[in-house]
Design a protein around this ligand. Structure first.
Ligand code: HEM
Length: 176
């Protein structure tokens, strides 16, 4: 007798499904609740931010280990797959959703001229630039032309953390 087993969805696939569901539920809430949707959109924004930040903190750690793997080795090829998937399935969609919902919140809340929001936007732009830098690094590692040291990636690893702390303080404390 043969038994067929359905393979479980990979973590990356599950994360992508969660993100799509988040957007779908948010849009449905916006249509059904009208103005009351603000908190739903904010909840979805925070969910997207958690996914984005998880990737932004994990990817440079993968780069650190990848630097130590010999080019062409099985380990190096495995890191390439992990980095590509993390970037394309989690980081990129999470960033797009975070931006879309964040700008939507700012529009509903009329925050565009608030100093705290302009400062937050500047830090989020810096975070997005770091995202672009990581994206270029994934391509470089993929083509075996990374020329940076593990120390470089250890230092770069701290930048998203510092930006995240500043962004969260600005949006929650709204100091100015
Ligand atoms: C991508 C561009 C982003 C835009 C345009 C944006 C915009 C906004 C806006 C307008 C709010 C609503 C604020 C309120 O209701 O008082 C909000 C909430 C929030 N954002 Fe963002 N955001 C962005 C990215 C981020 C990032 C990168 C983080 C964290 C690293 C973050 C963390 C939060 C948190 C924690 C809240 C909830 C604050 C609260 O309810 O008091 N956002 N965001």
């Amino acid at each position: 007798m043969t038994t067929t087993t359905t393979p479980a969805a990979s973590p990356a696939k599950r994360a992508a499904i969660s993100l799509v569901l988040t957007v779908a539920v948010t849009l449905a809430a916006a249509v059904i609740l009208g103005e009351g949707a603000y908190l739903w959109i904010k909840a979805a924004h925070v969910i997207a931010i958690i996914s984005w930040m998880a990737g932004m903190l994990y990817l440079p750690r993968l780069f650190i280990y990848h630097c130590d793997a010999e080019k062409g080795s099985v380990q190096s090829e495995t890191f390439k797959v992990m980095e590509r998937r993390l970037l394309t399935i989690i980081l990129n969609p999470a960033m797009v959703i975070a931006w879309g919902l964040g700008l939507w919140l700012a529009w509903i809340g009329q925050f565009y001229s608030s100093p705290w929001f302009i400062a937050k936007l500047a830090l989020v732009l810096a975070l997005s630039a770091v995202h672009g830098y990581f994206s270029a690094a994934v391509r470089a590692f993929n083509e075996d032309r990374n020329d940076k040291s593990p120390r470089h990636w250890r230092i770069v690893n701290e930048i998203p953390t510092v930006l995240m702390i500043g962004i969260v303080i600005l949006v929650i404390v709204k100091p100015f």
